[in-house]
Write a protein that binds this ligand. Structure first.
Ligand code: UDP
Ligand code: MG
Length: 308
């Protein structure tokens, strides 16, 4: 007999043609005991991803797909999934088998024990590559220093949410989504599982270095206004140093005979202040740009095709 609840599994896919079949196969081994809905979000793939999904959907009514009109990015694809998931709990995972399907049962057990949110944390693993491990660690250090919500190093977009939590999440329509930060912010009873991430089953990572940088800067500026305050502290610091320097300059010109027109000190202070000002204008501009984009109230994604 099948359990009485329904599990939605959301899988954002961007050019994952070589992973879909294997993912479906390994998922099937773990989810056949309950009624489920497999919701593939095709994030504007240009390869055979959508064809592969459609082929699976034609053999299994529980497989659904949503195809976006272009590449809207991982987080927006996730939103598309959350917005149309119908299950009593909703799990999201990557298409490249880096999120082990065997964890799903454990997540569901914890959910049945009453946890509304089950998050996962990737254990630092050699197979990830030194570069990814270091950049990820630096990013989490910075974001935790700057923002009010705590996000643990290695938190993955592999989690289970109760229907109630998804209802709340759906109300959040911000343009620059960063679910890893939003989830701890939501509250409810949360618990975390740890896992070892195997290397990608097939294909290349869809997070290029520049995409990762954008993602990191969105994560920071969406959760903290502290960078804006930095200018105030820096302003005070520089004013204080300048004050000391003025005392020194007065001393030199009043009590000694070495008051030479100081080209060096002039050029250094001009460059220094100029540099700081540019940095601060950049930070302010970053937030202003976000306000501008947010204000347009454009949708996070556009659906081209779906089967439900
Ligand atoms: N992805 C997506 N849209 C994008 C980039 C990525 O839907 O613009 C999907 C991708 O297909 C995968 C998941 O998001 O299922 C995570 O991406 P990836 O494995 O490339 O990231 P990494 O594990 O290298 O951080
Ligand atoms: Mg991956």
């Amino acid at each position: 007999m099948k359990n009485s609840f329904k599990v939605s599994i959301i899988i954002p896919c961007y050019n994952e043609e070589s992973n879909i079949n294997q993912l479906y196969k390994s998922l099937s081994e773990h989810i056949n005991d309950f009624s489920y809905e497999l919701l593939f979000i095709d994030d504007g793939s240009t390869d055979k991803t959508l064809d592969n999904i459609k082929a699976i959907a034609s053999t299994n009514k529980q497989v659904k797909y949503i195809s976006l009109s272009r590449n809207f990015g991982h987080q927006n694809a996730l939103k598309a999934g959350y917005d149309s998931a119908k299950g009593d709990c909703v799990i999201c995972m990557d298409a490249d088998l880096q999120h082990p399907p065997e964890l799903i049962l454990e997540m569901i057990n914890l959910w049945q024990k009453g946890y509304k949110i089950v998050t996962t944390k990737r254990n630092q693993d050699k197979s990830l590559g030194l570069f990814k491990r270091i950049t990820s660690r630096v990013f989490y250090k910075i974001i935790n220093f700057l923002s009010e919500v705590k996000i643990e190093n290695g938190t993955a977009d592999f989690r289970l949410l109760d229907k109630q939590v998804v209802q709340e999440l759906k109300k959040i329509n911000e343009k620059f989504l960063f679910y890893r930060g939003l989830i701890p912010w939501l509250g409810f009873s949360q618990i975390q599982l740890e896992y070892i991430a195997p290397p990608r089953f097939s294909g290349k990572t869809k997070y290029s270095f520049s995409k990762m940088l954008h993602f990191a800067s969105d994560g920071i500026t969406s959760f903290s206004v502290k960078p804006l305050k930095v200018s105030i502290y820096l302003g005070f610091l520089i004013a204080f140093v300048a004050f000391l320097y003025i005392l020194y300059a007065i001393y030199i010109s009043v009590f000694t005979d070495n008051a030479v027109a100081g080209w060096t000190s002039t050029i250094i202070s001009v460059l220094f202040i100029g540099g700081i000002q540019l940095i601060m204008i950049g930070i302010v501009g970053n937030y202003l740009g976000k306000l501008f984009m947010e204000n347009k109230k454009r949708p996070n994604y556009i659906i081209k095709d779906k089967n439900d």
